[in-house]
Each structure stands twice: as C-alpha cells, then as structure tokens.
Design a protein around this ligand. Structure first.
Ligand code: GDP
Length: 455
C-alpha cells in the first residue's frame, strides 16, 4: 500500500484559485472527510473524472466552498486514486485544508513526488517527466514547443531508436561469440559492424548537437556586451532593457562591475552582461572588472561587440576583434548619427554580422532581432524530432558517444569482439539511463529533486 501524499499544487500567494492535491490509496477516503457535497452524493461513490461543488471542512469547521475533483486509479496523473480540492486562492484557506489532510493521515509530498509516482507507475518516461518541469518554466513559444514535444516523448523515441540499434548490434555480437560454428548464425563482418557503428555515432552526435539549441531557448543566450570605454555599451544595454540600469557617463571606465539583464527580443532571450571595457588598466578594482569581462567572453554564447563608428578603429578595437575572431558575435558599429569614420571592412573581416546603429537615437532591437534569428534560429533542429533538454540527458549522450567512439577505434584496430561488446554495453546503458529504462534510484531521485513541491 502506498502512502497518501498531499500538497498545494498552485503557487504561493493570493489568487483566484488554489488546488490541494491528494494522491494515494487513502486519497478519496481523506477527501470524503473534508468535503460535504451540495448534491448529497457521497464522495466514496463519485466516479473518476467527476467533480462536485460543496463545502470544505477542517474537522467540524467549514473553511471554504469549492469543487472537489475525483480521479480513480489507474486513470489519474499519478496512476493512483487522486482528489483535487479547488478552493479560493488565499494562503490561509489552502494551508488549513492541507493541514486537515495531514491530520487525516496524508503525508507532505516531496518535491516532484506526484510526477515521480507517475514515472514509477509507468505513465511517463524519465524524459517526459523532465518535460513537465520544462513546460512549467517555458517562457516563450519556441521553448514551449520543445517542452511539448519532449512531453509527447520525442526525445524518448529518438534515443530509444538509437539504443535499439545498439542492442541489435550487441545481440549479433553475442550470438556470433556464443555459436561461431553454427551455420545459421551469420558472422558479424568487420565492415558491416563498422558501418553500423558509424551510423549510430552520427545519430548520437546529431542528438547531442540539439542540446545547445534547447539550452538557449530555456536559459536564454548568455551574452557579453563588450568594447572599449565610451563606445556606448551602457547606452546599448539601456536601450535594450528599456530603462537606465547601467551608469552612463562621458568619463571612460565608469562601468566597473558586471550587470546582468534579461532582455526578450522576439522568440529569444538575451542574458546580457554589460562589462567593463577590455583594456589594460592599472586601477586594481577596475582590473577585476576587466578579468571578469575576459572570462565572460570566453564562456559566452554570444558576444555583442560595440565600436564607436564615428572614430577610426584604435588598437584596443583591433585587440578586441582579434580576441573575438571565430566566436558567435555581432558587431554594433554605434553612433551612426555622427557619421561613420570607422573601417567597416576591417570589422567584417572578423565578425560577419555587422550592424550600423545609433543606440542613442534609433531602435536597435529590430536589426538585432534579425541578426539573432540568423545566428541562432536558422537551421535549428525541429522540436518534433527531439531536442535534448538538460545537462543530465547531455551527459548520458556524451558518455554513449565516447564509448561508441572507442568501440569504433577498437574494431578498426582488430581488438577482440568481447572487448568491443563491453564498450557497446556501456553505451547502451548510458542511453537506457537517459530514457529512464535503466536509471538507478539515485538518478531518479536527482531528477525529481529539481521539481517543485505539488508537481
Ligand atoms: P560605455 O562606456 O561604452 O558604456 O559608453 P556609454 O554608453 O556610457 O556612452 C558614452 C557616451 O556616448 C555617452 O555620452 C553617450 O550618450 C554617448 N553615446 C552612446 N551611444 C550614442 C549614439 O548612438 N550616438 C551618439 N551621438 N552618442 C552616443
């Protein structure tokens, strides 16, 4: 018999409605003692997927009127009997109702426990359970589309198809190793094996490549705004974020620390860090800012390099161009209202996306949005084919990829097949861990620890 868990499933604070969810063998029995329906039908006789209006009680004290919805196992989110109490969304009412459920034998649900029970009941794969978190966190159309397809099992299907192929290769190898002299067990030819492994590697790498796209949609694009002092970085930042957060002055070197701002441009979110200008400085505090700027540039998804278009390029502009060369970057040649005196072709030689703008006098969000689309959304993977959604999934994929690469090297060098089998077994295990088909309790616990209570 499972314990019966209860939690408030709606966010804290006042609202139109709050929902208390109770799941487990005793859920209906507990709800029955907390609820008197208007229509007089006993709660114990309510069928699954039905609801009733009535009064919620804590013992003999009427707390609120509202709606009770009953779900009967196995046709519920968790697969267990479930009662959902929808009451007025005040903090006091929902807390009192939750306490009443505890007094009647329910225990507090842990973070993600409703979804964990759904996973353990086989209602969701591990990646589909993770999608529940992504759906809650989605803050734009594209991230929502990825989370929806993850929820519908796109990643599970994609990875499962690859692990099926690995398992077939393993079965062929095992049959050949066990019955090498049997006529009806075909020999696993070296070339055929290599061809299959190369195909698997290609598909694993393609799946792993979707991670960056998914991360960018979920977390936003980690962006560093850089350029020498006074070119207009703070002005750009303020223009994008809509209000003056950075300090804008005429004196060089006033933006000392790193300020981060989230700016939505179309379907993408920029996580914009405005940093101290990159230049050699003897000021110790400022040097800290410069070091941080270098580190941020090294780690960023995107570099927005600002130049003063009204002046010719100077040594530190060239140094910045050299530092950025080859990275994902957009050059903002600023102050176009003063006329352009900068050598545009020298900038274009290092940064293919160059926008001539005037952050102070004209809209920069529109041209920037177009450049961002070209950089991040062109050739983006189709969410329906499965976009890897988190670090756990990515790590499983990279483990599988590493083992398959080693197996390919081993086959090429003529290493005995049982050694190859060990490597491929490991690869298959990593994929089965990703889908949750062979995840340890620890892995499962870690996944659900990221959830909020009530989900
Ligand atoms: P930062 O040191 O790179 O952050 O530069 P600021 O944003 O503080 O700007 C330095 C100076 O350039 C300020 O006086 C701004 O008003 C001015 N400025 C910034 N952008 C423009 C622009 O597009 N046109 C003109 N004319 N001045 C600008």
């Amino acid at each position: 018999m499972s314990t019966t868990i209860a939690a408030i499933s709606t966010p804290p604070g006042a609202g139109g409605l709050a929902v208390i969810r109770i799941s487990g063998d005793e859920a209906i029995h507990i709800a029955k003692q907390m609820f008197r329906p208007m229509n007089g039908t006993p709660v114990s006789e309510m069928e699954g997927y039905t609801c009733a209006y009535g009064t919620f009680y804590d013992g003999d004290t009427a707390l609120d009127d509202g709606v009770l919805t009953v779900f009967r196992a196995p046709r519920s989110y968790t697969g267990e009997d479930t009662a959902e109490l929808s009451c007025h969304g005040g903090h006091y009412i929902s807390e009192q109702l939750l306490r009443a459920a505890f007094a009647l034998g329910a225990v507090p649900a842990e973070a993600g426990e409703f979804t964990k029970r759904a996973f353990l009941a086989g209602k969701l794969s591990l990646t589909q359970a993770e999608a529940v978190m992504d759906l809650i966190a989605a803050d734009g159309e594209a991230s929502h589309r990825c989370a929806r397809s993850l929820r519908e099992g796109a990643v599970f299907r994609r990875i499962h198809a690859i692990s099926d192929r690995l398992v077939t290769v393993l079965a062929d190898l095992a049959a050949w190793a066990d019955y090498p002299d049997e006529d009806d067990v075909p020999e696993v030819s070296h070339d055929a094996l290599l061809e299959k492994l190369h195909g698997i590697r290609t598909d694993l790498a393609a799946a792993a490549d979707t991670y960056d796209y998914g991360r960018i949609l979920r977390e936003g694009i980690h962006t560093v705004l850089c350029g020498r002092p006074n070119v207009g970085k703070s002005t750009v930042m303020n223009a994008l974020s809509g209000f003056a957060r950075s300090i804008v002055t005429d004196r060089a070197g006033t933006t000392r620390d790193v300020i981060e701002e989230r700016v939505r441009i179309g379907d993408l979110v920029l996580r914009l860090a405005d940093t101290a200008g990159l230049r050699d400085t003897t000021d110790e505090i400022e040097q800290l800012g410069v070091d941080l700027a270098r580190q941020r540039i090294a780690e960023a998804d995107l570099i927005l390099a600002v130049f003063d278009g009204a002046e010719p390029l100077c040594d530190s502009d060239y140094a910045l161009l050299d530092e950025i060369g080859g990275r994902k970057a957009i050059a903002l040649v600023n102050k176009s209202d003063k006329g352009i005196r900068l050598d545009l072709s020298a900038v274009e030689a290092k940064i293919p996306h160059v926008l001539v703008v005037s952050a102070k006098t004209a809209d920069i969000a529109q041209p920037l949005g177009d450049a961002l689309k070209a950089l991040f959304l062109n050739g983006a993977p189709d969410p329906q084919s499965g976009v890897v959604s988190n670090e756990r999934q990515r790590l499983c994929l990279s483990r599988a990829l590493e083992q398959v690469n080693e197996a390919i090297a081993a086959v090429s060098m003529g290493v005995p097949q049982d050694a190859v089998t060990v490597l491929l077994d490991e690869a298959a295990n990593a994929l089965l861990e990703l889908t949750g088909e062979r995840a340890t309790g620890r892995v499962v616990d870690e996944v659900f620890a990221r959830f909020c209570v009530g989900k």
